[in-house]
Write a protein that binds this ligand. Structure first.
Ligand code: PLP
Length: 426
């Protein structure tokens, strides 16, 4: 359907949207006029599901009622993480044995790097995208140092061609081939947090494996955003946070994927904790560590029930909505409409440039606007109009309409606000 720039048209799209009812399952912060704001920060912190509070309160009640016996009674905290496994596997295209929910993201990234970045004298390079999220840069550099390597030599960064903002798949593949036998690990974001570029994870994984390297992804901006097929893509490992597109609350828990081929590899070096130990004799408190099969064998600590209760409530909404295929379909339309509205304004590129790829296959919800001149003014104009967007230094605004709770009307309002800003006297 060709798009139109009118409130009526946006409302017509909303009326036809099979997912429109899900908006009422989220608590939307109020704007300056006391009305729900236009929230397009789901890439940074997803909104609170209305079901989250009761889910946490149920665990408070279980704690009150059972004390320590809550580990075995009620929801049985002892097995709490297991209750997230099936939904998590569906979300990322994995087998249940390949996923576990635990810890938080940067911690999990380190745990996985300990196992999957095993540099040798000749094969020691770690390839990542330039301008990766700082935590990922620090993780890579500190892991290189942990192995006695100089990060400036060991960590190789991919940079876009001159005049371009994002990476071409063929350039990533060429770099992998060039590094060849020296490449130990490829570790990219599934979606780059700054540009919103989604990488071709299947192609990158193939290229990495072809030269004998391991391939892992940080899916912080991809989980709950893109259709993922981690198992079929043959990805070695991945991890993600749950507070962005997965709406599971600030500092929420994190998900981990380890491919099935490593499920029965107790020999893989890892940092061990009692919760990764075979549960059949975990409580014998014996000396020798025997990891559980699969991703669960990377667990260290007993389950963080409170953040996990929120995550469980949130994952149930993803399933209820028909999972990622249904969400992704709406997402492409929502973001496509936003892009169309912005392009229709015909603003000069030195005023506003969308640096996120135009190809829907190379992006998720997010559009990143590069604002070379009056970015702050646009950000403030948004705030005054009740649009909660996100500012990234030095001059980027990220807008992420998400299919669970954003509407086409939200997107139309953003287009209006940008049009007004475009006409403001410079
Ligand atoms: C959001 C994000 C993080 C944040 O890490 P935490 O450990 O959850 O604080 C790390 N890496 C990437 C790529 C992110 O987008």
């Amino acid at each position: 359907m060709p798009y139109q720039n009118s409130l009526d048209f946006a409302r017509q799209l909303d009326a036809q949207d099979p997912l429109r009812a899900f908006r009422s399952q989220f608590l939307i912060p109020k704007g300056p006029d006391g009305q729900p704001c236009t929230y397009v920060c789901g890439n940074s912190l997803g909104l609170q599901p209305t079901s989250a509070r009761a889910a946490v309160e149920a665990e408070f009640a279980a704690w009150e009622e059972h004390g320590v016996e809550g580990h075995f009674r009620g929801t049985a905290w002892m097995h709490y993480h297991d209750t997230l496994t099936e939904a998590t596997a569906r979300l990322v295209g994995a087998k249940p044995v390949e996923v576990v929910v635990m810890n938080s993201l940067s911690v999990n990234l380190h745990l996985l790097l300990i196992s999957f970045y095993r540099p040798t004298a000749t094969r020691y390079k770690l390839l990542m995208e330039g301008g990766a999220f700082p935590s990922d840069q620090y993780a890579a550099a500190s892991q290189a140092k942990l192995h006695g390597l100089n990060p400036d030599e060991a960590v190789v960064e991919l940079v876009p061609r001159p005049g371009e903002h994002t990476l071409r798949t063929e350039d990533i593949e060429a770099k992998i081939q060039e590094l060849g036998d020296s490449l130990a690990l490829v570790m990219l974001g599934g979606v780059n947090y700054y540009t919103g570029q989604a990488f071709d994870m299947a192609a990158v994984t193939r290229a990495g494996h072809a030269v004998g390297a391991t391939v892992g992804f940080d899916l912080a901006h991809a989980a709950g955003n893109l259709l993922l097929h981690l198992h079929d893509w043959d990805v070695d490992f991945a991890c993600w946070c749950t507070y962005k597109y997965l709406n599971s609350g600030p500092g929420g828990t994190s998900g981990v994927f380890v491919h099935e081929r490593f499920a029965n590899r107790p020999d893989l070096p890892r940092l061990a904790g009692w919760w990764g130990h075979d549960p059949s004799d975990r409580f014998q408190m014996k000396k020798e560590f025997r990891p559980m099969p699969g991703a669960a064998g990377w667990q260290l600590s007993n389950a963080q029930v409170f953040p996990m209760a929120i995550h469980k409530a949130s994952l149930a909404i993803f399933d209820e909505a028909g999972g990622m295929p249904a969400l992704r379909q709406k997402s492409e339309q929502l973001t496509g409409y936003l892009e169309w509205l912005l392009r229709e304004l015909n603003l000069p590129a030195d005023e506003l440039e969308i640096i996120t790829p135009a190809d829907p296959a190379q992006r998720g919800c997010q559009l990143s606007l590069l604002l070379r001149r009056r970015g702050r003014a646009l950000f403030e104009h948004f705030a005054a109009r009740g649009i909660m967007a996100d500012w990234r230094e030095p001059n980027v605004i990220r807008l992420s309409p998400v299919p669970l709770y954003n509407s086409f009307e939200d997107v139309w309002r953003i287009g209006q606000a940008v049009a007004e800003w475009g006409q403001l006297p410079v």
